[in-house]
Design a protein around this ligand. Structure first.
Ligand SMILES: [Zn+2]
Length: 120
């Protein structure tokens, strides 16, 4: 089954917008080290023990945020690649089409609801 071109185009716009948002968010908590690769920022506050503890806490917060954002960015990029390849909207696990409602809510979804539920 071929995806509706207009529907795919709309998802592409949504994905590109999401990609820009993710990059912006990543830039505030991480340093970009390569295309699509980021490292959490370590902020140097000072040498005192309580300052070091605050630094570690901040770094851990940035690190977990960076991980989450990076995974989202990875998924968005993968979905955009699929649009280019013409495989967008096909479940990676069972090769069946993913429901448009699901793609509407999660444009970067790579598995259908059934397979997603199975993997949980
Ligand atoms: Zn599936």
């Amino acid at each position: 089954m071929k995806m509706n071109a207009k529907f795919v185009e709309e998802r592409k716009v949504a994905l590109e917008k999401r990609r820009e948002e993710l990059k912006k968010e990543l830039n505030s908590s991480a340093d970009q080290i390569a295309e699509n690769d980021y490292d959490a920022k370590f902020i140097d506050l000072g040498e005192k023990d309580d300052e070091n503890a605050a630094e570690v806490a901040m770094f851990e917060k940035n690190l977990s945020m960076e991980k989450t954002l990076e995974v989202s960015l990875y998924n968005v990029n993968r979905a955009l690649k699929k649009i280019e390849d013409g495989t967008y909207g096909i479940c990676e696990k069972c090769q069946n089409p993913i429901a448009p409602e699901r793609l509407n809510a999660f444009p970067s979804a790579t598995a259908c609801m059934k397979c997603k539920e199975k993997s949980l």
